[in-house]
Ligand binder design. Sequence first.
Ligand code: ADP
Ligand code: MG
Length: 918
Amino acid sequence: MPYKAEDAKLYDAHARAPQEVVEGLSADIGKGLDDEEVKKRWAKHGPNKLPKKEEASAFKIFIKQFKDFLILILFIAAGIAFMADHLIDTYIILAVILFNAVMGFIQEYRAEQAVEAIKSMVKHEVTVLRHGEQVTLTPEQVVMGDVLLLKEGQSVAADARIIDTHNLRTNESSLTGESEPVVKKTEKIKEGTELADRKNMVWKGTSVVKGSGKAIVTAIGAKTEIGKIAKSLKEMEKTESNFRKKTAKLAQKMAALAIFTASIVFILGYFVRGFDFEQILLVTIATLVSSIPEGLPVVISIVLAIGANRMAKRNAIIREFTATEVLGSVSTILTDKTGTITQSVLTVKKMFGGDKKEREITGLGYSLDGAIQENDSKVVTARDGEIILKNSLIARFGNKAFIKKETDEKSNGEEELSVTGNPTELALQVLGRKSRIDELEPYKFVEELDDIPFNSEQKYRAKLVQTRESEKIMLVTGAPEKLLDYSSEVLTDKGTESMNRQLKEEIVRKNDEWADDAMRVLGLAHKYMPEDTVEISTYDVKDLIWTGIVGMIDPSRPEVKEAIADCRRAGIRVIMVTGDHAKTAAAIARDVGILDEQRGGNNNGYPQALTESEISKLGDDELDDMIQHVSVFARVSPSTKLRVAERLQESGELIAMTGDGVNDAPALKKADVGIAMGQKGTDVAKDAAQIVLSDDNFASIVKAIEEGRIVFKNVKITSYFLLTTNFAATSTLIAGLSLGFPVPLTAVQILWVNMVTDGIMDVALATEPGHGEMMDRKPIKKNEHILTWDVVPFLVIMAALMVTLAIYAFSYFLPRGTEAARAGAFVAVSSTQIFNAFNMRHLHKSVFSIGIGGNKWINIAFIVSVILQLAVIKIDWFRNIFGFGEISYLEFAVIFLGSSMVLLGGEIYKKIRKTFGV
Ligand code: ADP
Ligand code: MG
């Protein structure tokens, strides 16, 4: 069957030989498509995107606003008003319902968009062969017939037929539910074989867990297998988060209080005071609605969205919303070393070979300026003996990093370096270049035949190269002790000899010495392979010829020291978990302050660092004890990382944990907050994490934690605000009724205060910043409630003040009639609430000390609320609708200023607490 381009899919690719598929797609394995062809195909099929999942469409979000239990009560209220012939009340209640729905909609919609925008900041990359070069694209840009270069840790961008594999294994659980990695092959398979058994295909949405390979794209976008079932694609199960439970609990408490007070209003009004049933029913319903925290969910999602946004600005991208809040409770951070604590710009500074000579390398970073020097600064190159030559060969051709000199026309012919690859390998590349091995005839064209990429379990990488005719060498780089184990021979200045104990000890000593200086030490080894070798596997990595070790520096990031000091102040423990050598790890840990400087070598009798082999000998109890005292775990693989994380969680710690590799995924999932590296992290790690660090920087984690604490604080202050104001409004009614007054506020008046004034002020409060003290206290306890007893006096005093002022205003105007009295009470109730919002900006500090201009939104909200208040009081049309009597501007001003007593009261309360330390 020929390629039906219209379909954006080549059917039955699995049942054809690779060559057939390539021809069918008019593709080119060697060079990939050219730009012309790519354009054509793109124009025909469009971007390689999945059809959007049932979108949370605007309409749906809008409708959702009406599905609330509280809105139902309001509808009932409107119905009652209608039947009682209170037509104006009916319209106003309906208008309030609409207003509430619109507000809720706008906020929820924006929050949703914000989260989507933030999520889309996490980018996946694909490498594709085009016009003979490797290019990096976003998955959307992939077209039919593109040649995908698959790498460990990447997610697969499209459905594709495999044409080349090096031990390629993929995880297809997202498609088939099978969690074991699937081994891939290239041979054709019987037509109609089930999806899960089409081993010569890779599928969009799955990921490469091991090995590498090439595949040619046979279906894109909606035509891919996952595109077909996009709807049934299981979303990450939404477990009820701890935070949701907390907010639900708060809402319950507030609702219970609301029902209680509303019943009092009803009993007082109907039985004691004998008001008209319909009227009191409306008031009761209004009370109920005004004191039920229907604004709470909206305001909390706003707080979370603002938090997520601020975190994104500080380089922590939130993938799961509630993680913003969990961050505030983090008590232990388990962090990687390379790239997170350190800059990850490595430079090889030392080289040590079988002649027991230590050589220095000059230069810094990825600049090629510098040279290898022997003692007395004599410059040596790859021409100077077999030891330097072989070490240079391994450094230069034993990895996948890539440095290209580009002559940039704009910079006047100056040479620019373009570097790609992992920093450890780049450092080796730079060393290779500095050795000038490329100038030697046999090494001008070194052909790569096969590659075993690095992974943190095996801790080495290997490459098979052909240097000249009939010379095939395997070049191995990795953790020195591993390579020593695998080496039976050693390259000395007298040629290859068998490895002896004495030399081994010397190497280990050198390794330790460098590691103590915070250097990352790598071993280099090689092995001549039979002439007919075309592939290598991990079984070949034995009987190696040990060639040398190199020491690289990786300076710590300057901002990390301060971030770690912040953690200490904030009661957060920092533990370093690294694949690197124990001494290197401890030296860096000492440098940035993870290990206490003063304690020096004496860590209360505990070691400074533990390695995996030491940990594996410990039972859980012993390990728990060690974890209490040891903050550096070295030479660990992901499985041990997971174990340490689990032990910490077992002992009640709430942990944030970083990771980058495929094997880190389980630990990232297990951690309370999984943090993936945005730059060096694999797609798999990013997908498993809740947060992606766009700059890989430890300091960003700490900033995100600070934002997390702000989120929790803002949830508190916004709910306290709602609680106080609701409580004050209902208490005003109860007080008025008990004092023998007419009903102080009608249903629509209460609804206005509740929806408009409170709504505006509360949303503004949600934007409150942190005031620089968030990291001065211990982490928020996992089970800390939002409402705690210590704030109750504050809230009750404020509410009492509000009620007093409102009732006073009411009674003052009462001689001018109930409607004027209501106008007075209304202005008092809403103004006191406006002022109380300022109280709530900080629960302990004076607003004037934190800066009255520190939250511009609250000042804008202040002005808007006052204007709206004036409008309903002073514009006749509104005034009549709401049933207010006339009061003058002066009277308005007096009540408004009088209401500022609430702010004064708040200030005095804070002052007293501070002075007496209660
Ligand atoms: P970490 O990132 O925590 O420093 P890794 O797991 O990346 O640790 O590395 C562990 C060890 O494996 C390193 O100390 C080094 O000896 C070796 N290693 C790391 N990266 C490479 C690489 N790309 N090629 C060869 N060996 C490597
Ligand atoms: Mg690493």
